[in-house]
Design a protein around this ligand. Structure first.
Ligand code: SAM
Length: 245
């Protein structure tokens, strides 16, 4: 069943308007009687059936409540420096599949791409669409946030207080992500990933100074988008919901 996210709470009947109604009525060419999994703002989930259409709206009624929260038991964020082309689209899509709660795009010294405010806003909207599509496709019960692009230095000054933040640093030789994760008791993690050009030594030092833990992902240099997926997957493996036995 296709998945729809509602901005508000679920109720017995729901009326879709605007782009949601257009998506269901025109893009998906849905018919009366078609069923969707509908997810409300509080992550409540229900099977709902289309009962009627108007030109601009689609009406649905609840058929059954579903016990289908798919969110991981930890909060995991991806803070990633801007990448060339559509590589960040890829990283956003995969981060959503892996259970990330938010993606924070960052500008850093060695970023090859430079966006002005207008271009950044266009890209942010694109990443939000990518995140929403990925959340539907993989069965999330929330659409992860894509934060506005921010300078790495500014972001480091405002780190979420209760989060354990680690930086995959290509020049780190020994510190292992696994041993840090095994000791770390926080339920909230952020993975910081550099751009194609890597972090400058000053950026790495600034991150360490504010408590970011620097780790290696092994002796091979990974592409930034590979490093992002590897780091998120490692956290999910150690702390997430990849099985209970
Ligand atoms: N230009 C850099 C160099 O030649 O050393 C490589 C940068 S790498 C393509 C992009 C980002 O991926 C890095 O800043 C880091 O966050 C992450 N990364 C890639 N390989 C890594 C590794 N072996 N250990 C830790 N982080 C890695």
């Amino acid at each position: 069943m296709r998945r729809l996210f509602l901005p508000g709470e679920l109720s017995d009947t729901v009326t879709l308007t605007g782009s949601d109604a257009h998506h269901v009525g025109y893009t998906l060419r849905a018919r009366r009687g078609d069923r969707f999994i509908v997810v409300g703002a509080e992550r409540q989930t229900a099977a709902m059936e289309i009962t009627a259409f108007t030109k601009d709206t689609v009406m649905l009624r609840r058929v059954a409540n579903l016990d289908a929260d798919t969110e991981p038991p930890i909060e995991l964020g991806l803070a990633i420096c801007l990448l060339k082309g559509d590589k960040l689209d890829f990283a956003v899509q995969k981060a959503v599949e892996l259970g990330a709660a938010f993606i924070q795009p960052l500008r850093s010294e060695n970023c090859v791409v430079r966006y002005d405010a207008k271009k950044a806003a266009v890209r942010e909207e694109k990443w939000r669409r990518v995140a929403a599509e990925a959340a539907k496709q993989c069965g999330r019960t929330l659409v992860p946030r894509v934060e506005p692009v921010c300078a790495l230095a500014a972001w480091l000054k405002e780190l979420p207080a209760d989060s354990a933040v680690f930086m995959a640093y290509e020049k780190e030789r020994a510190a292992s992500l696994r041993s840090w994760l095994q000791k770390e008791t926080s339920r909230s993690f952020v993975a910081l990933i550099g751009p194609e050009g890597g972090f400058t030594p000053a950026e790495a030092e600034a991150a360490r100074t504010v408590g970011v833990h620097s780790v290696t992902l092994g002796p091979r240099i990974l592409r930034a988008e590979t490093a992002a997926l590897a780091a998120l997957a490692a956290v999910m493996y150690e702390k997430g919901d990849w099985g209970t036995e």
